[in-house]
Design a protein around this ligand. Structure first.
Ligand code: NAP
Ligand code: GLV
Length: 313
């Protein structure tokens, strides 16, 4: 069995060693060394179009992340970029849900417990009580309650916050008030104190966080974007922060990454910036998941995480 790998940073050795340990029957080749070779499976993150266009040999393409926009966007410039009939399989949690829940909980609790205000006071040597928020006033909405979002929502509900979730189809997540579809969107957003975005990037969700959406949140609301930069209309967020309607934003993802040095977000103290780290692809977990799916496919068993290409996620 042959696996063909592509990672943009070119650091193949740990991936090849990892697959050799878990799937010793597989020969692991880098894309650069095997351009003309056939393979059974491709394992990729943001691959070049030449790697996939016209392939008929592959049995599946494994994406080294949860979001598949890096593969599906190849069709923007070349409608035939993706080989027909070859399943694309995304990572399904693989250790990302726990990381996301930690990241989002940290941002929410920092805000709810006013830790930034206390840090400012402490820097000035000030010992002073600040009136706390009421938990009941701190409604949190999670946009996208799939693999990652449902875990985030459940975690936040365990702190006792009122939590709402929004999905495309009707969903039940314990402790979370469900909303779905275009019809449920306005009621989901209405008066949220915190909005967490963990949607996939699709034509339906691009630019979804715009002036109209932000205006529906509670005054002083906190936006947490851990999904994709293209979900957010950046100028609309800056305007809403400057107007005081949005009190804080915690952003892990951006239209352009790394965020350019001259970007106005760097100058806005109410915006917290992290470099796309809210849920890292964990090598060991990812290799174990892909290896077990390759074995399942070999045994003719169904696997989770096959992307619905028409739906975009
Ligand atoms: P997932 O399991 O596919 O869940 C996606 C959720 O979004 C589902 O609940 C889906 O609804 C909902 N959704 C999709 N389109 C919608 C629409 N038009 N309207 C309303 N709801 C919609 O995906 P996941 O594994 O949780 O990952 C989500 C995203 O997180 C990824 O696509 C990726 O972009 C991002 N991510 C970011 C990082 C990071 O480090 N920043 C790391 C990993 C992932 P249904 O349940 O009805 O299908
Ligand atoms: C990371 O952004 C991912 O989609 O896994």
């Amino acid at each position: 069995m042959k696996l063909q790998l592509y990672v943009p940073d070119g650091r193949y050795a740990p991936w090849i060693e990892g697959f050799a340990e878990v799937l010793p029957e597989a020969q692991c080749l880098t894309w650069e060394e095997s351009r003309d070779a056939q393979a059974d499976f491709a394992v990729v993150w943001r691959p070049p179009v030449e790697m996939l266009r016209g392939r008929t040999d592959l049995r599946a393409i494994f994406n080294l992340g949860a979001g598949v926009d890096g593969i599906l966007r190849l069709r923007d410039d070349d409608p035939a970029a993706l080989p027909a009939g070859i399943p694309i399989v995304r990572l399904d949690d693989a250790g990302m849900a726990a990381q996301m829940a930690e990241y989002v909980s940290a941002a929410v609790l920092r805000d709810f417990r006013k830790l930034d205000a206390y840090a400012t006071q402490a820097a000035a040597g000030t010992w002073k009580f600040i009136k706390p928020h009421r938990r009941a006033d701190f409604t949190i909405g999670v946009m996208g309650i799939g693999t990652l979002g449902s875990h985030i929502a459940r975690t936040l509900a365990q702190f006792g916050f009122p939590v709402r979730g929004w999905s495309r189809s009707a969903k039940h997540v314990e402790g979370v008030q469900p909303f779905h579809g275009d019809a449920g969107r306005a009621a989901f957003l209405d008066g949220l104190r915190v909005l967490v975005n963990v949607l996939p990037l699709t034509p339906d969700t691009e630019n979804i966080i715009d002036a109209d959406l932000l205006a529906r949140l509670a005054p002083g609301a906190h936006l947490i974007n851990v999904a994709r930069g293209q979900h957010l209309v950046e100028a609309d967020l800056l305007a809403a922060v400057k107007a005081g309607h949005i009190g804080a934003a915690t952003l892990d993802v951006f239209r352009e990454e790394p965020l350019p040095a001259e970007h106005p977000f760097w100058q806005e103290p109410r915006i917290t910036i992290t470099p796309h780290i809210s849920a890292l692809t964990l090598r060991e977990d990812s290799i174990a998941q892909i290896a077990s799916k390759i074995r399942a496919l070999g045994e003719g068993k169904p696997i989770a995480g096959i992307v619905d290409i028409a739906r975009g996620y």
